[in-house]
Design a protein around this ligand. Structure first.
Ligand code: CP
Length: 305
């Protein structure tokens, strides 16, 4: 029987588990939580798309919990010889992997993998679908600045269509009672995205008006089809966030971005580096969020190799 506990998507996570993970993230950051020990556990990170923040922080998180970590580089693994992802994961499991942290360009890959393995599967970003640990660290970042998420006006701006961060964030923020606005050009923010529990608008000034939190998104050039964006200059003119537009936000508003930031495209440098920016704080919270997730998934005996 598959007894593994996975972490796959905000959409499949109960509010109770989400709140418990959020509380554990915050307690770990405060240094108040008993740090769970994953000594004797093996964590494998398997990133089939590029990453700086997520990959490094999962590795640091696992080490901080006392686990052994293998970071498998796809380009030098037998994946390039045609071995399937499932066979790769099963071989890792045979060596004693207790958790496999997966990033993949195809939406749904971690969810399809999970029931076929004894190890815990943790989604580190799947295609345009979800990036649930980013949403957890984003919730923790907001709570470090605001008393609660319930009732906040949160604008998520930019290339929502291709953004797994936007989907996970919108679901998590809506689950916690925020009013979420999704904003960008009609080609990148279709009305159907309102199904995430958010208001859809194509007017940036309206989206920013009175916003307590603004999440700027990276323009995902690697996922763009031709014609969705006319030019970077046009995109910046219409959807780039600058100091003039920032004046519409609520007093004390914070600026977030999952990274990597295209300065002068999604957001101007003076804002990204200004007092309203919490972009590097998000990165710091990522370590504690990923510690909380790994400890939650692996709270049990190591997998028998
Ligand atoms: N936020 C995020 O997922 O960044 P990386 O792609 O660098 O991991």
């Amino acid at each position: 029987m598959n007894r593994a506990r996975h972490f796959l998507a905000v959409a499949s996570t109960s509010r109770a588990r989400w709140l418990a993970l959020l509380e554990q993230t915050r307690a770990l950051a405060r240094g108040e939580a008993h740090v769970p020990s994953l000594r004797g556990h093996n964590v494998v990170t398997l990133f089939l798309e590029p990453s700086t923040r997520t990959r490094a922080s999962f590795e640091l998180a696992a080490r901080r919990l006392g686990a052994d970590v293998v970071d498998l580089s796809p380009s030098s693994s037998s994946l390039v010889k045609g071995e399937s992802l499932l066979d790769t994961a099963r071989n890792l499991e045979a060596m004693g992997a207790d958790a496999i942290v997966v990033r993949h360009r195809v939406s749904g890959t971690p969810t399809r993998l999970a029931p076929l393995l004894r190890a815990s599967v943790v989604n580190a970003g799947d295609g345009t679908n979800e990036h649930p640990t980013q949403a957890l660290l984003d919730c923790a970042t907001i709570l470090a600045h605001k008393e609660r998420i319930e009732g906040l006006r949160i604008a998520i701006v930019g290339d929502v269509l291709h953004s797994r961060v936007a989907r996970s964030d919108a679901r998590a923020f809506a689950m916690l009672g925020a009013h979420v606005r999704l904003c960008g050009p009609p080609s990148l923010v279709p009305e159907a995205l309102g199904a995430l529990g958010a208001e859809v608008t194509h007017d940036l000034d309206c989206a920013l008006e009175g916003a307590d939190v603004v999440v700027a998104l990276r323009l995902q050039h690697e996922r763009q089809q031709s014609g969705l964006v006319t030019s970077l200059r046009d995109y910046r003119m219409g959807w780039g966030i600058d100091a003039r537009r920032w004046r519409r936000t609520a007093p004390g508003a914070i600026l977030m971005h999952p990274g990597p930031v295209h300065r002068g495209v999604e957001v101007d440098s003076d804002l990204a580096d200004g007092p309203q920016s919490v972009i590097l704080e998000q990165v710091r919270w990522g370590l504690f969020a990923r510690m909380a997730v790994l400890a939650d998934c692996l709270d049990g005996t190591p997998t028998e190799a």
